[in-house]
Design a binder for this molecule. Structure first.
Ligand SMILES: C[S@@+](CC[C@H](N)C(=O)[O-])C[C@H]1O[C@@H](n2cnc3c(N)ncnc32)[C@H](O)[C@@H]1O
Length: 295
């Protein structure tokens, strides 16, 4: 298979692994690679070689199938792909694709909007490189509200910011897979911590990585010292006005030790965010704070 076709298969694979919504799915390289292909047409997902590569590199790949996307998602993906091949009418549908799809017709639960049961937590895998060779797998809830959390994806904005500004990482923090000495995931909710522990086990992480209780309303100096924190990465923690004082209290206890911190926040309620900012500013000189706004 030529290089452009292989890139298209990897693009499809990355999206399937992270269960990108089918209506947002990118099915061709055209937008991405115009300059590299010099205006040439993108390879098509309907091409028989690409159909086969999708089967081999996604559905028959033992690494992918160890922590596969949900059956419901696999079914939706194949339904769309098969309908694209049928509508175009240029190529046959691969026998392997049809076989997998037929099995999913029996095994995949219907979507809730079609009368199926509520969506179960499922695996999503995020690749850190275009080749899908460095992948982080997490079991995620598919509901927007779970265990007191709200499921806004501000962590993705933060990850994108840090990846786009590697100089800010000082090589230490790009998390375990990218070379941190040690990573500690903290939360105050036992269900969230249990999920975090399971997610650590799903991945082959090359440094000590743990999930520990750190309740902002009830923590000790020993707990803070045990973190041995050099860099703090926080996402979506300023969502509840009643949490601002405890959050700033625990941050103060950590930041006075000279720890750097990165935080992403969705500004749901401007007053809550302003309150957080005003309180944290008391403990950090403004010259050390850098506010970046995303659209
Ligand atoms: C909106 S979620 C964000 C989760 C994750 N960081 C993300 O970006 O998807 C807020 C998290 O803060 C945790 N949290 C809330 N109050 C806390 C407290 N007092 N101590 C420790 N964690 C707390 C919740 O359990 C929840 O996991």
């Amino acid at each position: 298979m030529d290089e452009a076709s292989q890139r298209l298969v990897l693009l499809i694979k990355r999206q399937v692994l992270q269960m990108r919504q089918i209506r947002q799915f990118q099915w061709s390289l055209t937008d991405l690679q115009t300059s590299e292909t010099g205006g040439a047409t993108s390879p098509s997902v309907t091409d028989p070689d690409i159909q086969q590569a999708i089967v081999d590199q996604i559905f028959y790949d033992p690494v992918v199938m160890k922590h596969p996307p949900s059956l419901t998602y696999q079914h939706s993906f194949l339904k769309k792909l098969i309908s694209m091949i049928e509508t175009e009418g240029t190529h046959e549908i691969s026998g392997d694709l049809l076989e997998i799809f037929t099995e999913l017709l029996v095994t995949a639960p219907k979507r809730p909007e079609d009368g199926g049961p509520p969506l179960e937590p499922c695996f999503k895998s995020y690749s850190l490189d275009p080749e899908c060779s460095k992948v982080v797998t997490v079991m995620e809830e598919q509901t927007t509200i779970s265990s007191g959390t709200t499921g806004l994806r501000t962590c993705f904005w933060l990850a994108e910011y840090l990846i786009a500004h590697p100089g800010k990482l000082h090589r230490r923090i790009a998390c375990a897979i990218l070379g941190a000495k040690k990573v500690v995931l903290t939360d105050g909710n036992m269900e969230v911590l249990a999920m975090a522990k399971r997610n650590i086990e799903y991945n082959d992480i090359p440094c000590p990585t743990t999930a520990s209780l750190l309740d902002w309303e009830n923590f000790t100096e020993e707990q803070i010292a045990a973190l041995e924190a050099e860099v703090l990465i926080m996402s979506d923690l300023t969502y509840d006005p009643t949490n601002i004082v405890p959050l700033v209290t625990v941050l103060k206890a950590i930041l006075v030790k000279g720890v750097s911190a990165y935080m992403s926040s969705a500004i749901r309620n401007p007053q809550t965010f302003a309150d957080f900012f005003a309180r944290i500013s008391k403990y950090l000189p403004s010259s050390l704070m850098n506010l970046v706004c995303f659209p």
